[in-house]
Design a binder for this molecule. Structure first.
Ligand code: ZN
Length: 265
């Protein structure tokens, strides 16, 4: 069982559990951590009764790509990985006060960094994003983003803008990226997406009106796919997008999809 701590700098002890983070790689549990004596270490919580320390390393030869690790590990370990990599990113990015430029210091007891000049506290930054499966007569909308590998298609997604609700962001992204209006928006689930600091909220909706019109900037191509169609290259397992697409393909019987007619059952 994992209980998160404030993420303060610490000195590792031999009896601690260790996790190592290096840019986009991770290793857990980390054995032989004595060789990383000079690494920056954070106390990130208690795991199965022992202190869990995260080492921030410049290189990690045997590390596993974070996306692979995140996709394959059980939820509690994925939680630890997301927490550790998010805190390492936050601590590495927020070194100085954004108002006066003074070095930020650890808060005495909470998970924040403090500016002694401005008397301001700065907390880990989380960027909310939405993702949505748009359904029409049993088909799902898949789109090729210009940043994707060639042939890869996924769901419509994007960051929430200041002043927006999650629901408004879904309507806006679908309208902007493919020119459609949607209805019957339903929340599905959320998932931390530590690349580097997103929280992804997943929705499903029905097409209401409009012809598919990719914006040509973010979305190059988009099309409706039936479950029986030959599908394009999909996002990797472990991603929120792939989970939603797989559940749709499997004839997901949860409440969210049940209410839609024409969905594969
Ligand atoms: Zn300041």
């Amino acid at each position: 069982m994992f209980s998160p701590a404030a993420g303060k700098l610490t000195n590792p002890r031999p009896k601690d559990f260790m996790i190592a983070v290096c840019k986009d790689k991770i290793l857990f549990p980390l054995k032989y951590h004595e060789i990383y004596r000079d690494a920056t270490a954070f106390d990130i919580g208690i795991y199965n009764g022992k202190r869990l320390v995260c080492l921030n390393l410049p290189d990690l030869e045997h590390g596993i790509p974070l996306r692979t690790f995140f996709a394959e590990e059980e939820p509690e370990i994925a939680h630890i990985a997301a927490f550790a990599s998010h805190l390492v990113w936050w601590r590495a990015t927020y070194k100085h006060c954004p108002t006066c430029g003074s070095p930020l210091k650890e808060h005495d007891f909470e998970r924040s960094l403090h500016c002694e000049i401005c008397k301001a506290d700065f907390y880990p930054v989380i960027s909310p994003a939405i993702i949505v499966s748009v359904l029409k007569e049993g088909k799902i909308l898949l789109a090729h983003n210009t940043g994707f590998p060639s042939g890869r298609y996924s769901l419509i997604a994007g960051f929430v803008e200041p002043g927006e609700s999650l629901e408004s962001a879904v309507h806006r992204e679908v309208a902007e990226e493919v020119g459609l209006r949607i209805k019957n928006l339903r929340y599905l689930e959320s998932k931390p997406w530590p690349f580097p600091n997103s929280l992804m909220a997943a929705f499903t909706a029905q097409w209401e009106s409009g012809e598919l019109k990719p914006d040509g900037i973010e979305i190059e191509r988009a099309a409706w796919y039936a479950p029986s169609d030959e599908l394009p290259d999909l996002p990797p397992k472990g991603s929120v997008a792939r989970k939603i697409i797989d559940e749709w393909l499997a004839g997901y019987n949860g409440n969210a999809y049940k209410s839609f007619s024409g969905v594969a059952q």
